[in-house]
Write a protein that binds this ligand. Structure first.
Ligand SMILES: Nc1ncnc2c1ncn2[C@@H]1O[C@H](COP(=O)(O)OP(=O)(O)O)[C@@H](O)[C@H]1O
Ligand SMILES: O=C(O)C1=C[C@@H](OP(=O)(O)O)[C@@H](O)[C@H](O)C1
Ligand SMILES: [Mg+2]
Length: 180
């Protein structure tokens, strides 16, 4: 398949759950006049239920299979901004298709900042349920290496959503100019 020119590639946001992929992705899409796709919302639309219910009713493996298929389909679309779920990059096929077809930003939030956000996340994220803080920290640490494969890393500690989205949009515009 022909390579997608840099400027036309979809932008993909990765990182641990709760770092802001969905919120920041929406803001970046607006700034770049692109369509926004959130993979969790896409799975929810197709299943007719949110990830938490899919996990409870069908199990994580079914969720991951659909997640992989949907990402493989959507990454080939041009000019989108796509936010993945935090566990999507656990799958090698997802890493490979995203690296080959899109520009990937890793949203990097420290554990100290992340743990202050837990009350916003605990009810809706099935992967966190039933875990104590030590186990969640272990999951956070275990997952960091999977985000090592990216094209650009953005440290998001103490940054407002709009500031992060501006940074991503501006750095993309610069890269498009430099590599045109
Ligand atoms: N930079 C930020 N500063 C403060 N709150 C944020 C920031 N980014 C995201 N949030 C909040 O954190 C929560 C999780 O954000 P979300 O975009 O759903 O993350 P993800 O998609 O990575 O799981 C939301 O309530 C969101 O408003
Ligand atoms: O990290 C994970 O395994 C998950 C993260 C969630 O997405 P966010 O990263 O957008 O919270 C969602 O895909 C599901 O609850 C599983
Ligand atoms: Mg999200």
């Amino acid at each position: 398949m022909r390579e997608i020119p840099l400027k036309e590639q979809s932008i993909v946001l990765i990182g641990f759950m709760g770092v802001g992929k969905t919120t920041i992705g929406q803001a970046v899409a607006k700034k770049l006049y692109r369509d926004f796709i959130d993979i969790d919302e896409e799975i929810e639309r197709r299943f007719g239920m949110p990830p938490k219910e899919i996990f409870a009713k069908y199990g994580e493996a079914v969720f991951r299979q659909h997640e992989k298929e949907i990402i493989s389909e959507i990454c080939h679309k041009k000019l989108k901004v796509i936010s993945l779920g935090g566990g999507a990059f656990l799958q090698k096929e997802v890493q490979d298709v995203c690296l080959a077809t899109t520009t990937i930003f890793f949203l990097d939030l420290s554990w100290d900042s992340w743990k202050d956000r837990i009350s916003l996340l605990i009810d809706s994220r099935p992967v966190l349920q039933g875990k104590n803080m030590e186990e969640i920290k272990q999951l956070f640490d275990d997952r960091q290496p999977i985000y090592g494969q990216h094209h650009s890393r953005v440290v998001t500690d103490n940054q407002e959503i709009e500031e992060i989205a501006d940074y991503i949009a501006d750095s993309l515009k610069l890269a498009w100019e430099l590599y045109a």
